[in-house]
Design a protein around this ligand. Sequence first.
Ligand code: FES
Length: 127
Amino acid sequence: MNRFRMLFEKKKTAEKAVSAKVEMTENLAATMQLKGRTIEKTIVPEPGKTILQHAKDHEIDWQHMCKRGTCARCRCQVMEGLQFLEEPTQAEHSRLDPEEFDEGFRLGCQAVVKAPGKIVARNKTYF
Ligand code: FES
């Protein structure tokens, strides 16, 4: 192998290592901290799943009943990471007041994770 080729390969290897390190750091930052009635856990968010699905899969005592956006038992306040969730569904717009959206409230059964990132949410029902 000529010298130029060796330098080129060495540079490519270094770039791959930096890229892998950046990816690892991003994955570590992608956590989801969920607080149910009595149980709080930090888990890895899975895009495509709702907040409620995450809570149920990790045995967090998150209140819910209908799972279609009408009872609001799954209502939660998202303290961090709203940008990592899909936009509110029609069911959420029908059930929640505009002021609640301003304060970060969502319905856990409707709020779907769209991208990995840090999300902090707490189950807060009306009663
Ligand atoms: S479980 Fe009823 S609104 Fe989410």
